[in-house]
Design a protein around this ligand. Structure first.
Ligand SMILES: O=C(O)c1ccccc1NCC(=O)[C@H](O)[C@H](O)COP(=O)(O)O
Length: 434
């Protein structure tokens, strides 16, 4: 593999001890991100396990002697450099791992671009991704993908995430709501007090039930092991396909893929895995370049426009409008992609603004999770009651009034039958497509 050195060249400096080079030197997260610190022995093992994963998905750990081990580390390091270059060429600024020096005993005839880059994350998203990389390596080793594939057999079928958003949009005439359950966020700190780790599940269930009652079409949960009625988005920082299998066996119906983190090839590959597992993939973009990349990928059904810049935390809801104007908006219509407006939505005016820009769903956290009564929070956010109960009441009232006016109840029964039949058929088509 050829190494193109785009950044300043420095000559190779013998790297210090192994343990220094593999443990990223960045502060432990300040933002309650779970960071299991895998012991070094585990990390070394992990390299072998990944390299020797066989076609049938079972990991066979073969004995690796010292020189084979070094050769593997060199290959891994070269591949990582190459991946970084591909990502950079797609405008991705987030580095998936801290830059490391070449492995010990490296004797290649190259010059290197390393060692002059600081090994500290440049922003919060990068910090989260570096943590995630270690966390996943550690979890993957504890529970390799072949175990997850086995567990899939007993997982309940995935619910139709996209269908639920479409149905809610159709039913209420407003963007379908993905209501987010979260205790805190890096930019806003603690949002919900009393989210005690021991009581956490209970409170999450309570909030989720209130969201459902308030008319949410889907739920978004950071990392949860509980099952709810609404289709569930696993809001995670996905850096490895392993996490998609894991999300499915934990009951997720959709996963988030962030274009600022994942190069096109990863997104393509992960969408395929999602389809195979019956999951919806919400692909998140923040700027024009990311939107253009994602629009060039086959099979994208759901695009989330994040109004929050995850590197700076700046929130600007006009970002949604900007990315849906002109050719991009046209293409989205032609491809029948559902756009989700994400972050910074607090009032009925905000909802109307993003809806007029072209979104058919919204993802909302802070403004509803902070409320004592989250169901009421949803009504305040939309400026009206969007719960199924309220919509059903309006529908029933209109039908009753028409029956009263015409005196022909059977006509209306027939209309309801046809409508229900059509809707059921539409949901089935959506399900088959996904
Ligand atoms: O919200 C953050 O501070 C954050 C920081 C780093 C990565 C992701 C982050 N948030 C994820 C989200 O996109 C929001 O949770 C989601 O869109 C809901 O936003 P909001 O309604 O503003 O709570």
């Amino acid at each position: 593999m050829s190494l193109r050195t785009a950044t300043p060249r420095v000559s190779f400096r013998a790297a210090p001890s192994q343990s220094h080079r593999h443990v990223p030197k960045f502060p432990t997260s300040r933002y309650s991100i779970f960071v299991p610190r895998a012991p070094m022995a585990d990390r070394r093992c992990c390299i072998r396990a990944q390299q020797s994963e066989s076609q049938d998905g079972s990991d066979k750990l073969s004995p690796v002697n010292e020189s084979e081990g070094n050769a593997l580390k060199i290959k891994e390091w070269e591949v990582r450099n190459f991946q970084d270059e591909v990502a950079a060429s797609q405008g991705i600024r987030i580095r998936r791992r801290p830059p490391t020096g070449p492995p010990l005993h490296y004797v290649g005839p190259f010059e290197f671009r390393i060692e002059n880059e600081e090994n500290t994350p440049r922003n919060i998203l990068e910090e989260i991704i570096w943590n995630k990389d270690m966390e996943v390596a550690w979890m993957k080793e504890k529970r390799p993908v072949y175990m997850l594939k086995k567990a899939l057999e007993s997982a309940p079928p995935a619910r139709d995430f996209v269908g639920a958003l479409k149905a809610s949009n159709l039913w209420t005439g407003l963007p379908g709501l993905i209501a987010e359950v979260k205790k805190a966020s890096p930019s806003r700190g603690v949002l919900r007090e009393n989210f005690d780790p021991f009581e956490c599940h209970l409170l999450q269930v309570e909030i989720a039930q209130a969201y459902e009652k308030g008319g949410a079409a889907c739920l978004s949960v950071l990392t949860d092991e509980k099952y709810f009625q609404c289709p569930l988005l696993c809001k995670e920082f996905i850096v490895d396909a392993w996490q998609i299998y894991y999300a499915r066996i934990k009951g997720a119906d959709a996963v988030l893929l962030i274009a600022a983190v994942l190069p096109d090839l990863d997104i393509r590959y992960m969408i395929k895995i999602c389809k195979m597992l019956g999951l919806a993939a919400l692909i998140e973009v923040h700027n024009e370049m990311e939107m253009d990349r994602v629009l060039g990928i086959e099979g994208v059904e759901l695009i989330g426009i994040n109004n929050r810049d995850l590197e700076t935390f700046e929130v600007d809801i006009s970002n949604t409008k900007k990315l849906l104007e002109g050719k991009r908006g046209q293409m989205i219509l032609e491809k029948d992609i559902i756009v989700v407006g994400e972050s910074g939505l607090f009032t009925p005016d905000d909802i109307a603004y993003v809806q007029e820009s072209g979104v058919r769903a919204v993802l909302v956290g802070e403004s509803i999770v902070k409320k004592n009564d989250p169901a009421k929070g949803i009504t305040e956010l939309f400026g009206k009651d969007i719960s199924l109960f309220a919509c059903g009441m309006v529908f029933g009232f209109v039908m009753g009034y028409l029956v009263f006016l015409t005196g022909r109840p059977t006509w209306f029964m027939r209309i309801i039958e046809v409508v229900m039949h059509k809707k059921w058929k539409m949901l089935r088509v959506v399900k088959t497509m996904s």
